[in-house]
Write a protein that binds this ligand. Structure first.
Ligand SMILES: Cc1ncc(C[n+]2csc(CCOP(=O)(O)OP(=O)(O)O)c2C)c(N)n1
Ligand SMILES: [Mg+2]
Length: 945
């Protein structure tokens, strides 16, 4: 039971005995130091366990501030002026939301989140957050200087990386307004960014505000996990000598409700394990989320303390404001602390709205000693006993301690009131999160509370208030930011373009190989070649969630090492093998273990390092089966938002190519999921040379030309010989999405030969079909059948061409490297045509490649039909599309392809159906042909199985 944990903190029944014990400890500690004191405490704990005393886990401390008043450092700022600055920001943050909703009712926005967090942010802005200007910074005191993330080239540093709570954005804009970075026009266009060049996005979105926001955080949970991996990447960059990140710190502002997200908590132990003392979480514990209390029946701060401490974090609780110091000092018998320990969050919420008299009666009242403690305070004073997160001295002390802590990450659990200062109708109410309107009367109360000189008759407009650029407040803010290295948040792209990989990197793929290999194996070689490239190799960052061996990438372990903050402190079991498991502090591979969320977070921070640190990294994140876009789609969306550049490799792709694994592995749909991300470029290559060209082009686009796109490329594990790249095939044809791989065979006068070849090869297609179909469907002058395929299924398409050829039916083969790219082109062309009705209409690439007047079209891939159907609007309705719709099965490749009807016989049979549609083959012949191909027309539809 929750509160049993505090029984040991009940009022002291024998203070002098307690004192004796404490004095003894003090003495040992004073004379013999930490080590001995720790030893004795461990011995005592052991004895307590033997005696079955039943101690609670020692991950929770009392419900008071971790830093006692005596330990608080001197506050170096100007308290008075900082107070006024906060008031100005509070006002403008509210004004922008109100004005936006006045202009366009229903636009929304949030007042309460920032209102609760203003002090948490402002102490950071004025004293801790480092900017990117590379100026020296004084952290934590006005006179103590320290370098702010100076970069090795001396062009300025990375500063701190700050993950702002998404819903606090109005406050961050309001500060930028006072600083002169945004103007009234910007603020007036809050949440009106679609058509206005000065509009501001609702939340942090680097995509739409690329010189301001760095990290998209508003999807709850993605900020905290990305922050942890950001702190880790900073260490990785330093350990590999790619950037000096020693002065950068990562700050993650997180909601207490947000801590329930799996992503918020999943990587906590990683941060502690790797000793990330460059990482600070600030959890804004306003005890509320959207609908109501976070833990009405419990205590979120205590719960989070246990969670973080258990994960190995340094925990600093900031619960009470300075007004409580005196009360706690006078609480000699611990009744007040006991009451604090016992009071539920739901009750604290009630106290914060019910007024001083209620607090006196219900919090202090039931116990005489407590009642006496506050008898000299008025009801008003009781109501004004602040929570710690609103007291900048307490917050300052916590931040200072956090930045000075060494050896691991720190979390600050700050207790606040949601909607603080917004008035009785909003503050701490269950509706507060949704509040986006204040009446004129409420606004007047708010103005009075903030003591701002805004006339009554202007209040209905909720005017902004700027005290002028020369005002002491603005001058103070600017001076503080100058001293701390410039404005935050700020996103700048300083990375220099990377050169192209040298020709040797992919020469072998152009040449092809007789040996049967898979595209995954080809990728493994390509990746190693890239890593060995003298100019760009060190920028390559392979990221795998525990499947490197599956992909054949394990040689990298030995060659370039696995990044490990602690190096390798043990001899690996395979140390006698050539390719042993090698961990190193300068290892290049990010081997994430079984956490797709962690691996994509790593991808996110590596893919944005070109902006965050001015260091272009080329991440290759290789995910296994369908655990990519399906499992972590939200992070991939965020990667698009934050302009991440890199490669996502979908390995063991295809619903029928990954054998044996079955329903929850065989991936036949990720291309469809990926296709919804606007800036993605996705490819489904069949051959090694296609893969190499796509990767080379990707590096050029992203790292030479600086385009904010990322690549998704699928890799298969089916082995076949890789053809030589055709001499006349251009890079552009490959990356355009489709090219003609094989012309129709010349079957003139070959009908007999085809027949005998068919017989010799023992094809399932009987000789009957050949001459008859050939005589009608394959006659000279008729356009050939067009077979289109991609990925591994292209082999089936090529085989189907042969089957048809043996029957006298000429077919050409197209390799469709990307239906997604073809769709992008089709949409762009359609749009142009729509907007330019007076011009000669343009023709989309796919329609030019597969024009309506050609032979029947059959498309087959290892993906659900929705993938090739991305280009449906530009192809003739008579086309036949084969695909792997339905749940997968565990079986052999051959069986799966028969089940899903994407093997060569089914493709050939589809061609016959196509010839019937175009009137070139009789129904009877087609029926016979289908039978001869061994295709069962009455098999169950795999979609319904
Ligand atoms: C993944 C996700 N789910 C739901 C939401 C909608 N949402 C926005 S804010 C919020 C409540 C936030 O509560 P808390 O984290 O405590 O932050 P506070 O505003 O109280 O500081 C919710 C549910 C979201 N933004 N992201
Ligand atoms: Mg909250």
């Amino acid at each position: 039971m929750y509160f049993d944990e505090f029984k040991h903190q009940l009022p002291d029944i024998d203070p002098s005995e307690t004192k004796e014990w404490l004095d003894a400890l003090d003495q040992i500690h004073g004379q013999e130091g930490d080590e001995r004191a720790r030893f004795l405490l461990y011995k005592l704990l052991k004895r307590a366990r033997q005696l079955h005393i039943g101690l609670p886990p020692l991950t929770q401390t009392r419900y008071i501030n971790t830093i006692s008043p005596e330990q608080e450092p001197f506050f170096p700022g100007d308290e008075e002026i900082e107070h006024r600055i906060r008031r100005l920001i509070r006002w403008n943050a509210v004004a922008m939301v109100l004005r936006a909703n006045n202009r366009a009712p229903g636009l929304g926005g949030h007042l309460a989140t920032y209102a609760s967090a203003a002090t948490l942010y402002e102490v950071g802005f004025n004293h801790f957050f480092h900017g990117k200007d590379g100026a020296s910074a004084d952290e934590g005191s006005a006179d103590k200087g320290s370098p702010a993330g100076a970069s090795p080239d001396g062009k300025g540093g990375s500063g701190d990386q700050i993950f702002f709570q998404g819903h606090a954005a109005p406050g961050i804009y309001a500060r930028a307004f006072l600083e002169g970075r945004l103007n009234e026009d910007n603020l007036d266009h809050f949440r009106q960014e679609a058509l206005s060049p000065v509009g501001l996005p609702s939340y942090p979105h680097p995509r739409t505000m690329p010189d301001f926001w760095e990290f998209p955080t508003v999807s709850m949970g993605l900020g905290p996990i990305a922050a942890i991996y950001q702190a880790r990447l900073n260490r990785y960059l330093a350990n590999r000598g790619l950037a000096d990140t020693s002065a950068s710190r990562v700050w993650a502002f997180v909601g207490d409700g947000e801590m329930d997200e799996p992503e918020s908590v999943t990587a906590l132990s990683l941060a502690a394990r790797e000793g990330l003392d460059n990482l600070i979480f600030v959890v804004n514990c306003n005890l509320q989320r959207l609908d109501g209390p976070v833990r009405g029946n419990g205590k979120i701060i205590q719960e989070l303390e246990g969670l973080f401490r258990g994960a190995g974090w340094n925990v600093i609780k900031v619960i009470w404001g300075r007004e409580w110091d005196d009360l706690l000092a006078r609480d000699v018998d611990g009744v007040l602390v006991n009451k604090m320990n016992e009071t539920l969050d739901g009750e604290f919420q009630k106290f914060s709205v019910a007024g001083g008299a209620y607090i006196r009666e219900h919090f202090f009242g039931p116990d005489d000693r407590l009642r006496r403690l506050v008898e000299n305070l008025s009801d008003d004073e009781l109501a004004r006993l602040r929570r710690g997160g609103h007291d900048y001295r307490k917050v300052y002390a916590a931040y200072r301690a956090a930045t000075e802590y060494r050896g691991g990450p720190t979390v600050i659990l700050a207790k606040t009131i949601k909607g603080w200062a917004l008035g009785p109708g909003v503050e701490a109410r269950n509706i507060t999160h949704q509040a986006k309107k204040l009446s004129e009367a409420e606004l007047r109360v708010f103005r009075d509370r903030l003591e701002l000189p805004i006339p009554d008759d202007k209040l209905h407009d909720a005017p902004y208030y700027h005290p002028g650029p020369d005002s002491p407040e603005v001058q103070y803010m600017l001076e503080r930011r100058r001293a701390l290295g410039g404005f935050v948040p700020k996103r700048v792209v300083r990375a220099r373009p990377l050169p192209a990989p040298r020709p040797e990197v992919d020469a072998e793929f152009t040449a092809g190989s007789e040996m049967a290999v898979s595209t995954t194996m080809a990728f493994g070689r390509l990746l190693r070649n890239l890593i060995r490239d003298p100019q760009i190799g060190s920028h390559v960052v392979p990221i795998v969630p525990d499947e490197a061996r599956t992909f054949g990438l394990d040689p990298l372990f030995k060659e370039v090492g696995i990044y490990a903050a602690l190096g390798q402190r043990y001899e690996p079991v395979d140390s006698d093998l050539v390719l042993s498991y090698r961990e190193a502090t300068n290892g290049q591979v990010l081997e994430e273990g079984i956490t797709e969320a962690g691996a994509v977070a790593s991808l996110q921070v590596a893919a944005t390092a070109y902006a965050t640190h001015g260091v272009p990294l080329i991440p290759f994140y290789i995910f296994y089966s369908m655990f990519g876009f399906q499992r972590t789609g939200d992070q991939f969306w965020a990667l698009g938002d934050e302009r991440g550049r890199g490669f996502v490799m979908g390995a063991t792709a295809g619903r029928t190519t990954l054998m044996g694994e079955g329903l929850q592995h065989d991936d036949g749909h990720s291309h469809v999921l990926a296709s919804v991300i606007p800036n993605i470029r996705s490819y489904d290559p069949a051959y090694a040379y296609e893969l190499a060209v796509i990767v080379r082009e990707g590096i050029d686009r992203m790292f030479a030309k600086g385009e904010d796109v990322y690549y998704y490329i699928t890799l298969y594990n089916e082995n076949y010989s890789m053809p030589k790249r055709p001499d006349d095939l251009t890079d552009q044809q490959i990356v355009s999405g489709i090219y003609r791989l094989l012309a129709a065979p010349d079957l003139g006068g070959t009908v007999r030969a085809a027949r005998s070849r068919g017989a010799a090869s023992g094809s399932k297609v009987g000789s009957k079909l050949g001459p008859r179909a050939g005589s009608r469907a394959g006659v000279r002058g008729e356009p050939p059948v067009r077979l289109v395929g991609s990925g591994s299924i292209l082999q089936q398409v090529v085989a189907a061409r042969q089957i048809l050829a043996e029957r006298g039916i000429p077919a050409e083969v197209y390799s469709a490297t990307s239906f997604q790219q073809l769709r992008a082109d089709g949409l762009a062309v359609d749009r142009w045509n729509r907007l330019h009705p007076g011009e000669q209409p343009r023709i989309p690439h796919v329609a030019r490649m597969l024009p309506a007047d050609g032979g029947p079209i059959v498309i087959a891939t290892d993906w659900i039909r929705a993938y090739p159907d991305l280009v449906a609007p530009w192809l003739p309705a008579s086309r036949l599309v084969l695909g792997t719709d339905g749940f997968g099965r565990s079986d052999t490749r051959e069986a799966l392809r028969e089940l899903f009807e994407v093997d060569a016989p089914h493709i050939a049979a589809a061609a016959l159906a196509g010839l019937v549609r175009s009137g070139r083959l009789s129904r009877a012949d087609a029926v016979a042909g289908v039978r001869e191909l061994g295709v069962n027309p009455d098999a169950a539809d795999p979609r319904s199985l």
